[in-house]
Design a protein around this ligand. Structure first.
Ligand SMILES: [Zn+2]
Length: 56
């Protein structure tokens, strides 16, 4: 039982970290002067790795 509680705590902690890192990444990608490299299906920024689909 103790292990289960420990795992739940660890998961909760990682989820907080994940949200923080996602926000950090979104912030960096928003501020990036993108340099897109195109493939037939998508284009990806070489600097921040933001990907945009070319299928609309
Ligand atoms: Zn970029």
């Amino acid at each position: 039982m103790n292990d289960v509680l420990q795992l739940r705590k660890e998961i909760a902690r990682l989820e907080v970290d994940l949200e923080r890192l996602k926000r950090q990444l979104a912030h960096l990608q928003k501020a990036c002067a993108h340099e897109f490299v195109e493939t037939p299906l998508a284009r990806t920024c070489a600097k921040c790795l933001q990907t945009e689909s070319l299928y609309y």
